[in-house]
Structures are given as C-alpha cells and as structure tokens.
Design a protein around this ligand. Sequence first.
Ligand code: NAD
Length: 360
Amino acid sequence: MVIGIPKEIKTMENRIAMTPGAVETLVRQGHRVLVESGAGLGSGCTDEQYTQAGAELVDAQKAWSAEMVVKVKEPLAAEYGYLREDLLLFTYLHLAAARELTDALLAAGTTSVAYETVKGRDGSLPLLTPMSEVAGRMATQVGAHFLEKAQGGRGVLLGGVPGVNPGMVLVLGGGVVGANAVRIAVGMGARVTVMDVNHARLQYIDDIYKGRVITMSSNEPNIRAAVQQADLVVGSVLIPGAKAPHLVTREMLSTMKEGSVIVDVAVDQGGCVETIHATTHDAPTYEVDGVVHYGVANMPGAVPRTSTFALVNQTLPYALRLAAKGLDALREDPGLALGLNTYQKQLTCPAVGDAFGLDS
Ligand code: NAD
C-alpha cells in the first residue's frame, strides 16, 4: 500500500504520525511511504533519517495522494480539499466536537478510522493511553514548577529537604493520568494522596506503593479536607462520554493555601475544578483566590519528541494491519472496527451520530 505522512499544520503541533523506525518497518513489509519534507523536525526526526528508512520525501499534496494517510491531528479546513472517496485516513478525529470536519469527511466519502474510538480487548482505549501517560507525568512536573515563587506559587519544593517537610500532592482520579502523576510525585519525594471512586484503582495503587501513598475514597468531605492541606492538586478524573464532575468547588478554593497550584488535566472534558478554563502553552496559568490554575488542554504538545514516540509505539501495529489488509483488518478486530467513524458517506460511530442528532 502507498502510505502518506503529511506535516501537521495545527498551531504548535510538532508531533509526526510515524517515526523513522516505524517507516522502516512499513517499508520492510513491502509498503511505499511518502513523508512530507520537514514533517518530523518538530520531533527531532530529520528528512535524512526518513530517507535512510526508505521513505520518499514529497510535498503535502503528494503525501495526501496516498491510499492511506496517517496523521496525528484531525484535518483542518485548509486540508479538506485533500479528502477523497478512495482515501483511508487514520488519525485523532474527535468528530463529536467537530461538525464541519464531519460534514467534510462525509461529503468526500473518505473512510476514516479515529484513534480515540479504537478499543483494546480489555475495553481500554489503547491509542489514548500514551497521551494520558505523558500528561500525567507532566502534571506533577509542571505543578512543581509553578509552585516556585517566581512562577506565582507558594515557594514550596515538593521533595522538601532533610529537616523540612516535603510538599503535599493530592491526585483526584487514579486512572492512567492519575497513576502517572502519582509516580512522578513519589519519585520527587512528595507526600501523596490519591482519591478515586473505583476501589480497584485504589487497591492497585496501594499495592504498588505499599503505604507510601495514601489512598482515599473520592467524596465531598474527603476532598474538602484534603484540598486544605495540598500544595498541588492534580485533576485527573474521567467519566467516559460525560463532562467531568466539579469535585473542587469555587467555595473550596478560599480554604486552600495561598500560592497552592491546581493542574487540571481533565480540562479537555470541562475540568474537575469549578474555576478551571482551558489555557495554552503560551499562557498556561492564571490565578483565582490566590490559587494558581493550570489548564493546558494539549499538555503532550510540550514534549513532542516523547509524545511522537509514545504514540507511534501504539499506532504502528494497527497501521501495519490496515496497510496489509485494508478494511479486512477491521473485520478481523472488533476493537479496531470501533475506530471506523465515516465510511461511504455514512457516519459509522454512534457516539458522533448522537452528538449531532444524525443517523449512524
Ligand atoms: P482514566 O479513565 O484512565 O481515569 C479516570 C479515573 O477517574 C478513573 O479511575 C475513574 O474511576 C476516576 N473517577 C471517575 N469519577 C471520579 C470521581 N468522582 N472522583 C475521583 N475519581 C473519579 O482516564 P485518563 O486517561 O486518566 O484521563 C483523565 C482525563 O485526562 C481525561 O479527561 C482525559 O481526556 C484527560 N487528558 C488530558 C490531557 C491534556 O493534555 N490536558 C492529556 C491526556 C488526557
């Protein structure tokens, strides 16, 4: 199959859909890979590395002319002209929040497989997990940074020093993001509490850290008490398909320490802190009632090299199957079939249809 890897054109998007190593694997399996010149530079992957891996360097138009185009982000309006009926598009799409793009894909008749709706055998979302791992680990790291006085924080070193208490980290939601935030907080030497409504997640974390991390049931009284003690609160809850619940209310903020920091990773689902709103890497924080709020909705974008490799580790096995078998790969794997969002001018993802009141 001919596979195209265009350069991402979304602002500040430095990831690329395939690493040179992944290209080499595809080429070895007999595929032709067209990589847009310069597409990998933001992730530290040079044109030379791609040509050595067996790719052909091309312009955007040529990359989009391939039978299958693999991308990171959804096509933007400037790219709609490349959509066509005999194109298989494999990328993040998030169509439920993108009516214009959905209409463009349907009008063109493009077959699209969206990373975010592919499911693993255990019901997990394997192509979302790597970005949650990145965001979770970053959450503690950026939280520690914004606790510095010069960054608006209360001037607390999370790990403390001999003779001085470490900082307190509260993690709300012990899923993929939360467990990774806990891991870095423990590594830094902080005192860590994690809350979840799913007992199995608390058991898992308790088992790993053997008392080093306090696990608590997530409920209003526990959260109210814990936010008063916390130097850093990480928001990492998810109720699939729903807006995140506001676990930290506006009224609770006034009980928090001056200069404490909230990193609400769940901001992309509305956030679990009532006062959070989405921010950007250019201006990541703002203050409400003396509490620093961080609400960047695309945290992995800050570390494109790590994020590219983490994403490709998960997408490559699927891309290889799609390249080898085309749509038969979907028939063989019901989890991959759930990734199909548009096919022959029809919406094939019920959640997207529900969002727009369309048949699917
Ligand atoms: P996940 O499903 O692995 O974990 C979510 C956890 O929240 C689960 O363990 C669940 O039991 C728990 N939970 C649900 N309701 C709760 C409550 N009331 N109190 C405490 N815990 C509760 O999800 P994830 O992959 O960790 O993702 C978490 C959020 O982070 C999602 O909204 C995701 O979209 C977002 N995210 C954001 C970025 C970013 O850049 N900002 C990057 C990756 C993921």
